[in-house]
Design a protein around this ligand. Structure first.
Ligand SMILES: Cc1cc2nc3c(=O)[nH]c(=O)nc-3n(C[C@H](O)[C@H](O)[C@H](O)COP(=O)(O)OP(=O)(O)OC[C@H]3O[C@@H](n4cnc5c(N)ncnc54)[C@H](O)[C@@H]3O)c2cc1C
Length: 409
């Protein structure tokens, strides 16, 4: 059997490990445009802040390709996938055929498209190479950094630059940071905390252009304001990296739609990780939860299925635990619903209390939670969401910090 895996991230490498576990003689080819060995992508921000060295990023000691007998094809991007003839065409002109394919191509950082965006020192933050570029720029002396976007990546970039003693301004289009993860009350608590710790945060604004000669010197905002900046990190979200798939060849919504076995609409072609849209437990529909643990488990499950062992994916669940200076923040599932669904939300605490809890229910099933500080009960709340355990007691009991949640399990 010849397996081809696109992407050497956590989903790709875990699939290769599962295939090799099941089949010692299968041929495994792995293509990636990154040449660095499989590494911890979430850790790149620690390298930026200086708390971990770059050498600590690789996930495995030694040569994982040799250890798993994988043929690596690195530094090359897949330009086109031929689903009928079962081969991929690389940008360097070569073709690789396959019997089973895993698309674990993850996501690409969104770039900002405004005049001046091509100036030097304007970066994204997705790869270890991006962070090496940031560090090279910082080594030349940076006074004012601008971080665009208040999501997880923007937040991590801002935190890292602040730790390096650089003055940072964060520009957020929405009304508060981490708007994809938390509700407005938690968002306001986070905003206050960031400001109290020295981060300048401007909400409801965007950059309309950058100025400079070769390197960026100023950002002009749509509010009319101009900000001095000599480094910009763009954290405006990601898009699944699927440009090599022709329209209608595979069913794609935002990511590749997969069944419980992580197979796409085309037999023998699987998808996992940030590129795949699998069943979301909280939403009860297919969704991309672009987080490391989901990519890791999906890669493994896809690998088993490719190797012939039928393993169903239990469904994915978005979740995050973050330490934001003095705040512990935990979010699970449908934490910030948009109001379209038939949901009940109960909340306790808030900005004054310094502790906050919001629980989101779909009838008697808990589907989302946001906790700010005192997050110790979060693990049980997550288990309730994951296992869709009906709540048969008054929901208000669940807001008590002293409630024994284990009684519900
Ligand atoms: C700065 C940062 C911080 C993060 N922090 C957290 C965190 O705290 N917690 C958490 O759970 N998650 C976090 N994440 C998200 C997490 O890293 C991702 O969900 C995870 O890495 C996805 O893994 P993946 O294998 O699906 O894709 P990726 O890790 O993106 O790997 C895909 C690989 O495929 C390659 N590729 C793409 N297209 C092609 C092509 N056409 N041809 C060849 N190769 C291609 C890519 O270059 C890449 O090497 C963070 C991400 C970033 C960027």
């Amino acid at each position: 059997m010849k397996h081809l895996i696109i992407g050497n991230g956590i989903a790709g490498i875990n699939a290769a490990r599962a295939i090799r576990e099941m089949d010692t003689s299968a041929a495994i080819f792995m293509v990636s445009d990154e040449t660095f060995p499989p590494y911890s992508r979430p850790m790149i921000s620690y390298v930026l802040e200086g708390s971990e060295p770059h050498e600590k990023l690789p996930l495995f000691a030694g040569n994982i390709y040799e250890d798993l007998d994988i043929t690596p094809v690195l530094g090359h991007r897949v330009a086109h996938l031929d689903v009928k003839k079962k081969f991929v065409h690389l940008e360097n002109g070569t073709d690789i055929d396959f019997q089973k394919l895993l698309i674990a191509s993850g996501a690409d950082a969104r770039h900002i498209r405004v005049p001046g965006a091509e100036l030097g020192n304007i970066f994204t933050m997705r790869t270890q190479k991006d962070v090496l570029d940031h560090l090279a720029a910082i080594s030349l002396g940076i006074k004012n950094a601008l971080v665009l976007g208040g999501g997880l990546v923007g937040f991590k970039a801002a935190h890292a630059l602040l730790k390096r003693g650089i003055k940072v301004t964060m520009l957020i289009t929405s009304a508060y940071p981490l708007a994809m993860q938390v509700d407005p009350t938690a968002g306001r608590m986070i905003l206050k905390e960031l400001q109290a710790r020295g981060l300048s945060v401007k909400v409801g604004v965007s950059v309309s252009s950058f100025d400079g000669e070769t390197r960026v010197k100023k950002a002009c905002l749509d509010s009319g304001e101009t900000l001095d900046c000599d480094l910009v990190i763009v954290g405006k979200g990601v898009d699944p990296s699927l440009g090599f798939i022709a329209e209608n060849d595979i069913e794609i919504d935002y990511g590749i739609l997969v069944d419980p076995y992580l197979c796409s609409s085309v037999s023998d072609i699987y998808a996992a990780g940030d590129a795949a849209e699998s069943m979301d437990i909280a939403r009860q529909k297919r969704w991309i939860n672009a987080i490391w643990p989901e990519a890791a488990i999906q890669g493994r499950i896809a690998g088993y299925n490719m190797a012939g062992r039928k393993v169903a994916c239990p469904g994915s669940l978005g979740r995050n635990v973050m330490r934001i200076f003095g705040l512990d923040v935990m979010t699970v599932g449908l934490a910030n619903p948009d109001g379209a669904d038939d949901l009940e939300i109960i909340q306790a605490g808030g900005e004054k209390a310094g502790v906050y809890r919001s629980l989101v229910f779909c009838r008697d099933i808990l589907v989302g939670a946001v906790l700010v500080n005192q997050i110790e009960q979060g693990g049980i709340l997550r288990a309730m969401i994951e296992n869709r355990i009906p709540v048969r007691i008054p929901k208000a009991y669940l807001m008590s910090l002293h409630f024994d949640y284990s009684k519900l399990l």
